[in-house]
Design a protein around this ligand. Structure first.
Ligand code: NZQ
Ligand code: ZN
Length: 387
């Protein structure tokens, strides 16, 4: 087992009407709040009005319109400007992972005098950040329980994961009822994202019985509960369990003591959504089975056999190669069964810029150090198989 130094300081306030505690939590952080949100879903579900009502004695400045795959320009830059101009004390982020990720970059940028891109690219280490509180409305990324954010820059086709312990939310409000209106597409994509977060931590060296069990149970729960959410979007219990699974996905708790896998599917997907602005979870669902097929070899066979038997219930008496192949097929079939388009062409990605993306990934994502190292040629083969 590897050594580790671990902490997740975020307070989780989970369940029906969790935001009754919002005022108390915000009051501890100061009166001037930047309220960040996306394209309007929080208004449709009545959450915007509820927040304004609960915080009616606060000075609220708003940053609306944060897009999926949040953009450095204008959203991060605009948020930083608003924080500085209004002397903001804390950020309240209401929405999905994109709103929260954008808010994390704003939180650091607001306490920095130079170009916030310096921080996102680690040219400069942030010394401080504004406190962030979030009300999550979409189960997927785990951003509510981690200290990372992913920011896109359309002028350079960069989509960069920015991680700093200063960026853990102070508190995350998780009321599953706010996810009842999440569309079928985003529910399925959220499931694929959280499943892939788990898979990225399961396929690694130094796995332990403890982590394997945790990951296998996450994957089974995500599949069962996502199906229930799709059948009945207002199934509170299913939305709740899905939400909690997603929350565990990204803060490293599933891989304590294991070696870092290098998160290869994420390395590849981030380029797809940077170049084509596709939905992150859909990109991952397309890549994952092709990556699995590509890395299946004598060394990785054991992992696939365990995954196949414990996650999909494949007959343990079959030959190992057959179990592994069935496990990969079952992964693909599950994503397809929840309505995810399973070819890059279906999400608008063809061969035109493939070589450019492959090169971008090979240069920027460090996948030569992944669980199974990936060269530029490997990345191309995985993407061609995904077309
Ligand atoms: O913009 P609004 O109107 O709010 O609509 C959003 C958006 O169109 C909508 N939505 C959110 N809550 C809703 C809702 N619609 C109806 N009812 C609700 N309750 O859903 C759409 C997608 O939202 P978005 O925030 O983009 O989705 P998600 O939470 O999947 O976030 C994706 C982003 O997170 C990054 C991804 O790369 C992508 O940029 N990631 C962040 C991670 C992290 N911080 O740890 C890890 C992940 O691996 C991931 O890379
Ligand atoms: Zn992800």
């Amino acid at each position: 087992m590897q050594n580790f130094d671990y902490m997740t300081p975020t307070r989780l306030i989970f369940g029906e009407n969790a935001i009754a505690k919002l005022h108390d939590v915000m009051a501890g952080l100061g009166r001037r709040v930047l309220l960040t949100y996306g394209g309007g879903s929080i208004k449709k579900i009545g959450l915007y009005d509820r927040v304004k009502e609960l915080l009616n004695d606060f000075e609220i400045t708003e940053l609306p319109g944060i897009q999926p795959n949040p953009k450095y320009d204008p959203s991060v830059l605009e948020g930083v400007r608003l924080c500085k101009e209004n002397n903001i004390d804390a950020i309240l982020s209401v929405g999905g992972g994109s709103v929260l990720d954008c808010s994390k970059a704003i939180a650091a940028g607001a306490k920095y005098d130079g170009d916030p891109w310096d921080l996102i690219t680690y040219k400069v280490k942030a010394k401080a950040a504004l406190p962030i509180v979030d009300i999550l409305t979409l189960a997927a990324t785990g951003s509510e329980y981690d200290c990372g954010g992913v920011i896109s820059r359309t002028d350079t086709n960069d989509k960069i994961g920015y991680v700093d312990p200063l960026l853990f939310p102070v508190a995350s409000f998780l009321d599953p009822r706010y996810t009842f209106t999440v569309s079928r597409k985003q529910t399925a994509a959220g499931c694929a994202d959280a499943m892939n977060h788990t898979i990225e931590q399961y396929f690694c060296e130094d796995s332990t019985l403890l982590n394997d069990g945790f990951c296998e149970s996450m994957l089974r729960s995500l599949m069962v509960n996502t199906r229930k959410c799709l059948e009945n979007p207002e199934d509170y219990t299913a939305r709740a369990e899905m939400m909690l699974c997603c929350t565990y996905g990204c803060n490293g708790i599933l891989s304590l003591g294991s070696s870092d896998s290098g998160w290869p599917c994420h390395g590849i997907e981030h380029a797809l959504s940077a170049y084509y602005d596709i939905t992150h979870g859909e990109g991952l669902a397309i890549i994952t089975p092709r990556w699995m097929q590509h890395i299946l070899n004598e060394h990785t066979l054991d992992r696939f056999v365990k995954y196949g038997i414990n996650v999909f219930g494949i007959d343990a008496s079959l030959p190992e190669q057959e179990i592994a192949r069935k496990a990969i097929d079952a992964t693909y079939a599950f994503f397809e069964s929840i309505g995810i388009p399973m070819h890059l062409r279906e999400v608008g990605i063809g061969e035109e810029r493939l070589d450019e993306m492959v090169h971008h990934i090979a240069v920027n994502e460090g996948l030569e150090n992944a669980y199974v190292p990936l060269t530029e040629k490997d990345i191309k083969e995985i993407l061609v198989a995904s077309l």
